[in-house]
Design a protein around this ligand. Structure first.
Ligand SMILES: [Zn+2]
Length: 264
């Protein structure tokens, strides 16, 4: 399943603003957390993100990218504003309630609400660019109101953003029948192959670009160790230690000598 994951706004477009927050930052953090959850916990999922950092990118560029990549699903993450409170999501206004997009909306809507602690504003339809111009089923979620003190208070908590990401992950897994990644049956361990760990985000991004040029998929995850943020390039997660070792050798063959395996 190919997911095009689109954190709304970015760069010169901050999106909605309120309570000291910019929409673009909250959407990016939720989307990055969602990617990590999906890649660590599920098989058969390939993710392309419209952005993984604070860059400016037009709506047409985003939908063109999703269309030419041949995504199976388009998920846009947004934050609301304008004097309300709660959660709502949208499919394209031209679609019926029995469309594939509507069926996925039913599932994801329910799963997100189980974990986000927000009131339910309902499943809606709108003529938004990303919903209309994407050639695959699509959903845009509006995760609380940035100009509402209660909702913004939640947005400021990393644990809330993690829950919102987990809710979307649970919905996607259910909608697309994603198989859970097998963990080591004896120990319940997942072996993550880390192709370098950096204190500079830029160096981590460079590593991802290099690996991609060698045909190896990876992504940047962040961990905090003794109060310091590390940007960890993850190039696979396996329930089987031997598969993780194979991946490690593959990395060594393309010149990555600082790769290692962590068991979680
Ligand atoms: Zn928005």
């Amino acid at each position: 399943m190919k997911l095009y994951l689109d954190p709304g706004h970015g760069g010169t477009d901050p999106g909605a603003q309120g309570n000291g927050l910019n929409e673009k930052d909250v959407t990016l953090d939720i989307a990055l957390k969602l990617r990590t959850i999906l890649l660590n916990q599920y098989e058969n999922i390939d993710i392309k993100m419209s952005r993984t950092s604070d860059i400016t990118k037009g709506l047409t560029e985003r939908t063109n990218e999703a269309n030419s990549w041949g995504a199976d699903y388009y998920l846009a993450i947004h934050i609301n504003a304008g004097g309300g409170t709660g959660y709502e999501d949208y499919i394209y206004s031209g679609l019926s309630d029995t469309s594939t997009s509507a069926k996925y909306q039913d599932i994801i809507h329910a799963e997100v609400l189980k974990l986000n602690g927000l009131t339910d504003r309902g499943q809606k339809k709108a003529n938004f660019h990303v919903l209309r111009e994407s050639h695959m089923p699509a959903l845009l979620s509006e995760n609380g109101f940035i100009d509402n003190t209660h909702d913004a208070g939640l947005m400021k908590q990393s644990s809330w953003r993690q829950n919102v990401a987990q809710g979307h992950a649970n919905g996607l897994a259910k909608a697309f029948n994603l198989p859970k990644k097998a963990v080591d049956p004896g120990t319940g361990t997942l072996y993550k192959v880390i192709a370098g760990s950096f204190q500079s985000r830029e160096n981590a991004d460079d590593r991802v670009t290099y690996l991609s040029s060698k045909g190896i998929d990876s992504f940047v995850d962040t961990v905090t160790i003794s109060g310091k943020i590390w940007y960890r390039v993850q190039a696979g997660a396996y329930g089987n230690r031997a598969n993780a070792d194979d991946r490690l050798n593959e990395l060594k063959q393309v010149g990555i000598t600082d790769a290692f395996i962590i068991a979680e």
